[in-house]
Design a protein around this ligand. Structure first.
Ligand code: FUB
Length: 339
């Protein structure tokens, strides 16, 4: 019998030390966007599959085709897979790659926001509407006008306004846009230039369109200067999320190629946000993507890793762990496999 490689032993040890287990193990799930609707927890994840596409920097191997909604009666209870909620074949404008979704509840209806590549292989963001938090969701015939890139995250402010955050570089195509205009000649800034920021737009009352021109968000360092493109440990890559704590807006995101989930704090849903630190150290697998949700007075980080698939980067599993805001409102960093 062949001996196990050092890498395999290291991986097994990490998996054993994991601070939490996959919430479901009969399918692969990732990019969990969690909400409490009607006193129950609903998680809107990507549904990972092996589409047989070779690995590349564009993430073409993330060939997901549909969404399942996962629900939990409480944070301790079993996570239930509610079956097919939306399939790419039912979305008239979409061709492939149903990546990280999110959802909102307004006036008795549920809105699933999702990115997919259109027939020209350009990512856009769609919305699908349902009468139940678990779907099924009926997609709008066209993507949201003016939407682009990936990773929609919908935030409801206390005044009832909804904001959609989105964007991701590399395979997420954000580098091809300047001022919301696409050109294949646009690329990432130079290392010493400000990094590209995530994008935000307020939604119309019917939740189906932007009611304003999308705006780029600034993430600043401790001295008030924009984070630079070369600052890979801190600059925005993908996976936007916003939560509100003690009247401050917390914008959290993934740094992609350095694999951290970081956060920045601001006074407005439009930012600017000032970088404050890391929420989650790197997980097993290349990507890291999360959401933050308050459940019965405690705050939880929903995240994913590739432990269940023994490190296959596009076969991930969603997990949850409590997070703590300290007395200054700073979030204590989680180490997913202990210290
Ligand atoms: O799941 C596909 C992509 O991987 C997501 O859109 C990114 O945030 C990363 O998690």
């Amino acid at each position: 019998m062949p001996e196990k490689s050092i890498e395999q032993i290291d991986l097994n040890q990490l998996i054993e030390k994991a601070i939490s287990k996959p919430l479901v193990s009969h399918i692969y799930t990732a990019d969990p966007s969690a909400h409490v609707f009607n006193d129950k927890i609903y998680i809107y994840p990507s549904h990972d599959i092996d589409a047989g596409i070779p690995f590349n920097d564009n993430g073409d191997h993330f060939g997901m085709e549909d969404y399942h909604v996962i629900s939990m009666d409480s944070i301790e209870s079993e996570a239930v897979d509610n079956g097919l909620a939306l399939h790419v074949n039912d979305v008239p404008w979409a061709k492939k790659q149903m990546w990280a979704p999110d959802a909102a509840h307004k006036d008795g209806k549920y809105y699933l926001f999702f990115p997919a590549k259109n027939k020209e292989d350009i990512f856009q963001i769609g919305v699908a509407v349902g009468h139940s938090p678990i779907g099924p969701f009926i997609p709008q015939p066209k993507p949201i006008n003016g939407s682009y890139s990936i990773d929609p995250a919908i935030f409801e402010d206390e005044d009832g306004s909804y904001y959609l955050y989105f964007g991701g570089i590399w395979g997420g195509q954000l580098q091809n846009y300047r001022d919301n205009i696409y050109s294949c000649n646009n690329d990432l800034p130079k290392k010493e230039e400000p990094a590209l920021g995530p994008i935000v737009a307020k939604m119309t009352d019917d939740m189906l369109e932007f009611c304003e021109t999308p705006k780029e968000i600034l993430i600043l360092d401790e001295s008030g200067s924009p984070l630079l493109e070369g600052d890979n440990d801190r600059r925005f890559f993908e996976a936007s999320w916003v939560h509100k704590y003690n009247n401050k807006y917390y914008f959290s995101y993934s740094t992609g190629d350095t694999h951290f989930i970081c956060y920045a704090i601001g006074d407005s849903p439009y930012g600017p946000f000032t970088y404050k630190g890391r929420i989650l150290e790197p997980v097993i697998g290349w990507t890291s993507h999360h959401s933050i949700c308050q459940v019965e007075g405690k705050w939880y980080l929903f995240y994913h890793d590739s432990s269940l698939s023994n490190g296959v980067t596009h076969l991930r599993s969603i997990k949850v762990n409590e997070i703590i805001h300290d007395e200054n409102g700073l979030i204590q960093t989680l180490s997913p496999y202990g210290k």
